[in-house]
Ligand binder design. Structure first.
Ligand code: AMP
Ligand code: GLY
Length: 425
């Protein structure tokens, strides 16, 4: 099969690697991919949000199946567009993608179906903000309704903060929407649970814990994710049952009733409080860097999984995993998530002595005259698999230190809550 892959991050390099290992794969084309995927696939540097141009390439290159990595093309209806043009695509359609694309949609769906989530109010005016503040205690979480590239959530400790963040959103800080969702702050342990879903069934696709803050000890600004470990510490069989029964099934059934079937990866972002799961967010794709931590443990051919989903035959598809722990640490450009330099040479990567248990997934990288350059904030993902998180982390840090890229930085404490604090459940 010829497979097209949309996206350019570490998540897409990890997916590309798995696709390349499949016997079913003949050719992979990445739109646009990165330096890492260029070793496994043909990279085509076009704007994938230009659906018509993308379709031209897909047809010209005789692509049989398209895998969509990031959320934006899903929320904007890429899968609907490709299907109308008779191209098979893995990922949810526009309506189901509202689970991520509109927080108001997701919260209203929760309310209608008694799905446990933080108490909330959808606000379109300052008056509505005041109403919610009168009835709820601080901290209050202010969320932009639409996609906001990970920058749409602010936890506010006082009224003035809520007002200033809300005013910015009402004025159009995020192009996707001027609506706000205010939420009660949930205290508990965060964890992410992943599924792969088709019209008729769904299967477990791993758990992980991301680290969104830029500084050690979970301090500083929010980022796309500085590192993740898998499995997540809090999700045991009992909690998993509750996640499925109270959150996932009512959501998928709601969509089914409307004949708006979900197909693709589903990322369930949770807060676990007193062994009870609460839904914080849905994402309609794999997480980045969670994907880079989870995929190296997948034993089953990923192309078989993709095929079974687009043909609604997931029910009969076994998905097998290595019984291992894994971790990904993201090497970022100094200054990220604020300003950072681009086009900096990365020497030495080929000289790292990596073993079968290690992977280096590229994110913001580019090859120019066969030399590797950084072009993004998150540059490289170092993943290792093993039996002990502390040892895995030591191994990764050793590799990053050996690379010795002086323009980069990384968090040395990924997994600190399981390693240093021994919070296993
Ligand atoms: P989101 O973009 O919805 O994932 O939110 C980003 C982060 O904000 C989450 O990963 C949580 O750490 C935090 N967060 C979001 N909503 C809440 C909430 N209601 N209570 C506590 N923390 C929250
Ligand atoms: N790592 C968080 C996300 O992918 O949304």
């Amino acid at each position: 099969m010829n497979i097209g892959l949309i996206g350019s991050g570490g998540r897409e390099h990890a997916i590309c690697k798995k696709i390349s290992e499949s016997k079913l794969t003949k050719k992979i084309v990445c739109f646009p991919g990165n330096a890492g995927t260029s070793k496994l696939a043909t990279n085509i540097n076009i704007d994938f949000l230009n659906f018509k141009l993308l379709l031209k390439f897909i047809k010209r290159l005789k692509i049989d199946l398209v895998i969509v990595g990031p959320e934006e093309p899903l929320v904007k209806g890429l899968v609907d567009f490709l299907e109308k043009n008779k191209i098979k695509a893995f990922g949810p359609k526009k309506f189901a993608s509202k689970l991520e694309g509109s927080k108001a949609f997701m919260k209203n769906l929760c309310k209608k179906n008694n799905i446990p989530t933080a108490n909330y109010k959808v606000c379109k005016s300052i008056k509505q903000i005041h109403e919610f503040l009168k009835k709820n205690k601080f901290p209050i979480v202010v969320k932009a309704d639409g996609l906001a590239a990970g920058k749409g959530v602010t936890i506010c400790k006082k009224k003035s903060e809520v007002m200033s963040v809300s005013n910015e959103i009402f004025k159009g800080k995020f192009k996707s929407s001027k609506t706000i969702v205010l939420e009660e702050y949930l205290k508990g342990i965060e964890a992410s649970y992943f599924l792969v879903v088709d019209k008729k069934s769904f299967k477990f696709f791993g758990t992980a814990q991301d680290h969104k803050r830029v500084k050690e000890g979970d301090k500083g600004l929010n980022t796309g994710g500085m590192g993740a470990y898998s499995p997540a510490r809090i999700i045991n069989k009992k909690v998993e049952k509750k996640i499925l029964k109270k959150i996932v099934l009512p959501t998928l059934n709601y969509l089914k009733k409307r004949k708006k079937f979900y197909r693709g990866f589903l990322y369930v972002g949770l807060m676990i409080k007193n062994k009870e799961p609460y839904l914080i967010e849905y994402n309609v794709r794999m997480g980045d860097p969670e994907c880079q931590a989870i995929l190296p443990k997948l034993k089953t051919d990923i192309v078989k999984i993709f095929n079974s989903v687009v043909n609604d035959k997931l029910k009969n598809q076994k998905i097998l995993w290595k019984n291992k722990k894994s971790m990904t640490i993201v090497l970022c450009s100094k200054g990220y998530p604020k300003n950072y330099k681009k086009n900096i040479l990365i020497k030495n990567l080929e000289n790292l002595n990596i073993s079968n248990n290690d992977e280096i997934f590229h994110a913001g990288t580019k090859l120019i005259d066969k030399k590797l350059f950084s072009v993004g904030g998150r540059v490289l993902n170092f993943t290792s698999t093993g039996n002990n998180f502390k040892k895995i982390r030591e191994r990764i840090i050793k590799l990053i230190k050996k690379l010795n890229w002086e323009f980069g930085f990384f968090r040395k404490d990924i997994g600190w809550k399981v390693i240093e604090k021994n919070e296993n459940n």
